[in-house]
Design a protein around this ligand. Sequence first.
Ligand code: ZN
Length: 442
Amino acid sequence: MTMRRLALVITVCAFFGATVAAQQGAGPMTAIRAGRLLDPEAGRILTNQVILVEGTRFRDVGPNVAIPAGARVIDLSQMTVLPGLVEAHNHLALTYKPEPESNIYYYTYVQESTALRAIQAASNGIQMLASGFTIVRDMGNNALYADTALRQAIEQGWIPGPTIINSGIIIGGMGGQFFPTPEMAQQHNIVYPEYLDADTPDEIVKAVRQNVLFGAKVIKICVDCKPYAYTADEIRLFIREAAKVGMKVEGHVQTVNGARNAIEAGIWSIAHSTGLNEEMHTLMAQKGIWRAGTDTPDGLAGHPVSPQAYQRTIASLKDAYAKKVPLTFSTDADYYVAGKTRGELCIEFLKTWKDAGIPNADILRAMTINGYKVSETEKTRGPIKTGLFADLIAVAGNPLDDVDALKNVQFVMKDGQVFKKDGVMTPAAFFHGGPVNGWRIR
Ligand SMILES: [Zn+2]
């Protein structure tokens, strides 16, 4: 190659490079006037801030940010703006109900197809977003990958919804969380596909790969749903296999022994608090293992929690907080409470956190910063910082003074687009007749 031709190639490359850069910077400019801006990391409010959004990302944030000519201005000067909330353990494609299944979710699996449940998941996702949850970890029991379909539909740009971190099918020892009859187990029907059986090392590797292939972003295992619980070595195998593709493992844990094995193996997160005593909390804090306690409050219509059970839940959350276990806001919501959306149901779980005496600033950290970390989005999505995807919400009051202000989300922006304004969903811009973000998104 002559020097002239080399120079030409360099010039052409530089030209295309510049074009790509210009395209990345392109997009409508929006300026948000935030009367109060909550910084959850510092636990404080900044006043009179301007947040500049260009296309799908934050361009600038600060008190003296100039608003470019022609930018759309959104006035939230009477509101508290904060980063989007994270729900770290939900089941968007499962809604069991008093009628007809008497809240027994075996029957939901029998009665409702994956297709129907995927559409329910789309609706539940929209309901979560309307309540300010911009990221949801969707942790299994979603039929035959309805969770993946939901994530793809949102990411490809068919419908609005939170960013979904989905687990695919829950992997467990034979039977999963259920007690199938021999007929059901041998034919692998009825309660399957809710669980993937993995009883040997080969099956563990295969099950993880199946979930990866079909679009999971995190691996969910049933650690101790059966007497033949996973050993620490078996859990390590899950973790190694998931790590090959950069994924983490969450364990459903219901016994102290199960918790001990999961912690010893170095699992990423533990769901539910029944197996977590003070010793387990101490170990989790030492190892930095996330707690997704799914801390159900009392007083949910149709979902009674006994006073004893509720006291145990509160005591456990309180102990975890005192021992500095990394906490996430998680609900395990997979049921219908009449009169409430899925998002409204989840935000009711604030009651448990308040009753456990956790300061508002730390509840907010669990719902934001910790949520981004357990979802592993903290470098791309979550914080209101230049260069990150533009997700934010606004509420009327100040959640640092009264965390129940989160029950009245007035404004939601997702990926730079307004989803809710003045308390009303305005999702039209999110609906498309095709995959506007690309069909290759898997
Ligand atoms: Zn769950």
